[in-house]
Structure formats: C-alpha cells, structure tokens
Write a protein that binds this ligand. Structure first.
Ligand SMILES: [Zn+2]
Length: 134
C-alpha cells in the first residue's frame, strides 16, 4: 500500500477523539475496503497513558466483520511528540499479538494544528504512506 484514502469527515472524527482524550493517548481502529477508510472505531487506551497505548481489539474486530469491513489501520495520538512512530510503537508493532495490520496513523497534537501521518511498520522498517483526503 502506498496511498490511503480518507474523507475530511472521518479525519475530523479521529482528530476530535484525539483532542477529547488529551493529554492521554487516544487510539482506535480504521475499517474500510482496500485502501479506503470507511469507518472509525474508537477504542479504549488500556494503558491509560500519555506516552503509550494498547487496544483490546476483539469487540471492534467483531463489529468490523459484521459490517463487512476490513481492518485497514490502527490510529493513535501523540499528545507530546511528533507524528512519527516512537520506539515503543516500533517494538510493539512486532509483538506477535499486536500486528493485525502493519499500517499506523499517528496524530500529533504538539503543534496548534494537528499533524497526521501514516506509516507502514514491518520488522522495524518504517515507510511513510501518503494520506489522501478526498
Ligand atoms: Zn505512538
């Protein structure tokens, strides 16, 4: 995957969630088809932390399946750092129970305007993916 498509409305929904959970990290799952995001599933940050997150995905995975959508990406916020994967993000992406996907959206709230980036993380290799708002 080189490009990921999202509507302005869905992106705003993600950003709202990230702002609401500030100063904790917000997290959730993005469902869709192919490389188009169609639905945002908010999750509880089990870590309840401002520097890490953890998702219990099972209920969301069930909803995705019922809605006929695929899990495209995981999103989370960085309340205090740039929109780039942290060392913990990279480490956890290779944990056996976490990589339901390899695509991660990160919303940084460090600047006045949220900064959103998407990355493919696989075997500690990080590649940026173009996010197209359409
Ligand atoms: Zn992170």
């Amino acid at each position: 995957m080189n490009k990921l498509f999202i509507t302005r409305e869905l992106l705003d929904e993600i950003i709202s969630h990230c702002r609401e959970d500030y100063p904790k990290e917000a997290c959730g799952i993005l469902g869709g088809k192919g490389n188009t995001i169609k639905k945002v599933y908010r999750a509880v940050n089990v870590d309840n932390s401002s520097v890490t997150y953890r998702i219990e995905p099972f209920q969301i995975l069930k909803s995705l399946q019922q809605g006929g959508l695929e899990m495209i990406a995981v999103y989370h916020s960085h309340p205090h750092s740039q929109a780039y994967p942290s060392l913990i993000d990279i480490e956890r992406s290779s944990e056996p129970y976490s990589p339901y996907v390899s695509i991660y959206m990160i919303v940084s709230l460090v600047q006045g305007e949220p900064e959103v980036s998407v990355f493919a993380i696989k075997d500690r290799d990080i590649r940026e993916i173009e996010l197209i708002i359409a």
